[in-house]
Design a binder for this molecule. Structure first.
Ligand code: 13P
Length: 257
């Protein structure tokens, strides 16, 4: 982390877990475990139907609420879609786009990721843009090319000012939900590379201010080592964000860095 230039972000991704009826207990359990003076931003990206109840449950905890996807359309006849304007109207501050599960199961493309990120920016929501290679790609030694292509695709047509309002999450697909974490060296190497791609595309200021998170089996045990890396500015946490005790250990680790 480099707190001089970037605010650390610890974001939970609840994926398709939890119920409205469980959100108050989650927040009540989390509350006493949060550090008093916090130098990092804590976020919970939750399923759409839970947004209202999580917003209510975390009131006063300095925990922002995020969504996990957004429509590329503004409004109208798009059954099942949720617009960026609707999310902003609710009080959503962050939204994940291009998660590998959406890319894999819903065929989401870099062009769609880019369109979604732009819609979010129009409504003042911070896009958390996910990139990352599969195990096959890592073994073929094309991780950097792949991730660089995803970053360039997501930022297509954006100027530096837009990019400075985004967050990138590097999530190696092989580390998601598998219990296999990238080593701190592997994660740092790719996060540093991503910053280099942004420096070349834009400028040093934009690269320096862009938060790059790591995601993929980050947990209470390995968070401190990952967060100590100079180009890892936080985490996007799946499984461990469902347990207040584990999630708070990660938030505390970011605080101590
Ligand atoms: P896990 O932390 O469960 O591996 O999930 C990571 C992730 O996909 C966060 O978006």
């Amino acid at each position: 982390m480099n707190k001089k230039y970037r605010k650390p972000i610890i974001a939970g991704n609840w994926k398709m877990n939890m119920l409205c009826s469980q959100t108050k207990d989650f927040a009540d359990e989390l509350k006493p475990l949060l550090p008093k003076n916090r130098s990092s931003e804590a976020v919970l990206c939750v399923p759409y139907p839970l947004i209202g109840s999580v917003l209510k449950a975390v009131k006063g905890l300095r925990v922002a609420v995020g969504a996990q996807d957004v429509s590329i359309y503004d409004k109208g006849a798009y059954t099942g879609e949720v617009s960026a304007e609707m999310l902003a109207d609710l009080g959503v501050k962050y939204c994940i786009v291009g998660h590998s599960e959406r890319r894999a199961y819903h065929g989401e493309t870099d062009a769609q990721v880019c369109a979604k990120a732009k819609k979010l920016l129009e409504h003042g929501i911070t896009p958390i843009i996910c990139v990352g290679e599969t195990l096959e790609q890592r073994e073929l030694d094309i991780t950097m090319e792949w991730v660089s292509m995803q970053v360039k695709g997501a930022f297509a047509g954006m100027d530096g000012a837009d990019v400075r309002k985004c967050v990138i999450a590097y999530e190696p697909v092989w580390a998601i939900g598998t219990g296999k974490t990238a080593t701190a060296e592997q994660a740092q190497e790719v996060c540093e590379y991503i910053r280099g791609v942004v420096r070349k595309l834009y400028d040093a200021r934009t690269a320096r201010s862009l938060p790059v998170l790591y995601g993929g089996s980050m947990n209470a045990k390995n968070a401190a080592e990952l967060l100590a890396c100079p180009d890892i500015d936080g985490g996007l946490i799946g499984g461990a964000s469902l347990k207040p005790a584990d999630f708070s250990v990660i938030i505390n680790a970011a605080n101590e860095e």
